[in-house]
Design a protein around this ligand. Structure first.
Ligand SMILES: [Zn+2]
Length: 134
């Protein structure tokens, strides 16, 4: 590490920043943990387990906001939206709700997700009424 990530002071071999007093061992450890969660997320995504990939990438980002983790989050959002459209088209409501939940974890609540939630609510009630023979 060349510079303190907190205040940008130049560092020697010190584990404590001489300017701002940041504990650098802690920061280095966070970077390592962030990297580990990022690989868990990547492997889960490759295995098609988005339910595991989503919390893992969030865990990684909570330790460090690396460009790689941000990129993976963006990729997961895209993939989840695509799956959401598919599940809605095929009227797989419980699955659609799960995916909506994952998107809310990644993006927070927003207008698009709120509309999807509303639409899934209405359509699933309607299809339940239809299948009961009313
Ligand atoms: Zn510092």
């Amino acid at each position: 590490m060349q510079c303190c990530p907190a205040c940008n002071a130049r560092l020697g071999a010190a584990t404590l920043c001489p300017r701002c007093g940041a504990e650098l061992k802690q920061i280095v450890r966070s970077e390592r943990v962030a990297q580990q969660w990022l690989s868990v997320s990547l492997q889960s995504a490759e295995a098609g387990r988005l339910d595991l990939a989503v919390p893992a990438v969030l865990r990684s980002l909570s330790f460090k906001q690396t460009p790689a983790a941000k990129l993976l989050r963006g990729f997961l959002v895209q993939r989840l939206y695509r799956t959401l459209y598919d599940t809605v088209a095929q009227q797989r409501w419980p699955e659609a709700r799960d995916i909506l939940g994952h998107l809310q974890m990644l993006e927070g609540q927003n207008e698009t997700l709120r509309r999807f939630d509303e639409m899934i609510g209405q359509l699933s009630v309607k299809s339940a009424a239809n299948s009961s023979g009313d």
